[in-house]
Design a protein around this ligand. Sequence first.
Ligand code: IMP
Ligand code: MG
Length: 178
Amino acid sequence: MIQVLDKTFDVFLSAQQIQDRIVEMAAEIDREYRDKDLVFISVLNGSFMFASDLMKRITIPCEISFVKVSSYKGMNSSGRVDELIGLNTNIEDRDVIILEDIVDTGITMNKIYSYLDSFHPSSLKITSLLFKPDAFDGKHAPDQIGFSIPNDFVVGYGLDYNEKGRNLDAIYKLKETE
Ligand code: IMP
Ligand code: MG
């Protein structure tokens, strides 16, 4: 059991379980992208740890670049505008894998996917460490999933609760009683 700010969390996926799954995922990517021009696009901040550990296990030639979804109060109906910043790599005619920490409702991925697709990559796939199928209502489900999880709030291994908890090497879920 751990405490992050005012909330209590229980271990959900151990550091070892995460690393074991990442080895399997990297082996799949190695096989499928052997003759491709692979570029990972890691979505900051949440996916930094996953991207780092996954990439260390990749043995074929590859590159990595980072994008960030910046949300700010805007003038649209929801009062929120999301802007994608940071893509400084040419992805046209290249084989892109988007790396996410979690796909929840899928709204964020809708934006990331259509933004990257507008640069005409030759292929565009999604790898997400976590996926919440019961919450998903988006257009682009992950092609490769580390773990499908219930609709509970999780923290650790890059995922935050009010920006805290990203440093944890395991993934924890909010204690039931709260
Ligand atoms: P989506 O747009 O609903 O798919 O999710 C967008 C973002 O919400 C993710 O990239 C995460 O940053 C955050 N998120 C969703 N579920 C969780 C969670 O359980 N813990 C921490 N962050 C989450
Ligand atoms: Mg994220």
